[in-house]
Write a protein that binds this ligand. Structure first.
Ligand code: ADP
Ligand code: MG
Length: 245
């Protein structure tokens, strides 16, 4: 038996009132893949990530995480979320907790990992990203880039099956973007499966295995970075990419 994809979406639809925000979304994400979601503001990227993380209820369609139907209304939301790592645009570290505690919290409280073990994992990860000396600091002492790197470390500390990143460099000063993207690149090299909404086209081209161009809630075009960035077939894709050149 072959292993199921890490994530599979079929016919996903989401409406807000009479506004169809996502329609007929089909997506397959295999182990170790990096998928870049691109598209104009309002095209549905964040809503799609929120649907996958069960922050929004689908109006139609199905989603599977490693073969488990997570769109079943009877699913345990907390159990599913524990299998998914998420980092948003705005730094979402807990301000009243140290960097170390931010990282260990889910591990000890959700997974019941002993504190010493969770801390050892956190310290090993902080060392890898060059932030071990910040372990005892509170988030407000860190730069935005450092905070996002801690948020990434926190998101992977519990070994999620997939990592969802929603424009994680959009709120950063330009000089801090690189250090965060470098860490995402490292996570990919480690084999992390990632679905990321991004406006960093060069990065998407460089790091992703699959690019999905969303236009008004539908997948207008999808393919390899070469296909999408070098020879897009749809006028909407060409128009969108033109803005970044
Ligand atoms: P993107 O992340 O690509 O900018 P979003 O997923 O944030 O797009 O938004 C897609 C559309 O859904 C937009 O028109 C937005 O206004 C609408 N939308 C998002 N969240 C809500 C909500 N909670 N209620 C109503 N409309 C929403
Ligand atoms: Mg968004």
């Amino acid at each position: 038996m072959s292993t199921p994809p890490v994530l599979a979406l079929s016919g996903v639809r989401k409406e807000f009132g009479d506004h169809v925000v996502l329609d007929s979304i089909d997506l397959t994400v295999n182990q170790g893949d990096v998928v870049a979601l691109i598209g104009a503001s309002g095209s549905g990227k964040s809503t799609l990530l929120r649907c996958i993380n069960l922050l929004e209820q689908l109006d139609d369609g199905q989603m599977w995480l490693s073969g488990d139907d997570i769109s079943d209304p009877r699913v345990n939301v907390d159990t599913v979320r524990a299998r998914i790592g998420v980092v948003f645009q705005q730094f979402n570290l807990f301000p009243h907790l140290s960097v170390l505690r931010n990282i260990t919290l889910a591990d000890t409280e959700v997974f019941g990992t002993p504190k010493a073990k969770a801390e050892a994992t956190a310290m090993r990860l902080l060392e890898r990203v060059g932030l071990a000396d910040k372990a005892k600091a509170f988030p407000d002492r860190l730069s935005g880039g450092q905070q996002q790197r801690v948020a990434l470390v926190r998101a992977i500390a519990t070994n999620p099956e997939v990592l969802l990143l929603d424009e994680i460099t959009s709120a950063l000063d330009p000089e801090l973007v690189g250090e965060v993207l470098d860490l995402v690149r490292t996570l990919k090299e480690d084999g992390t499966t990632i679905v990321m909404a991004t406006h960093e086209m060069d990065f998407a081209k460089d790091v992703s295995d699959q690019v999905v161009f969303l236009d008004q809630g539908v997948i207008c075009e999808q393919g390899s970075p070469q296909q999408i960035f070098e020879s897009p077939t749809k006028d909407r894709t060409k128009e969108f990419l033109h803005r970044f050149n």
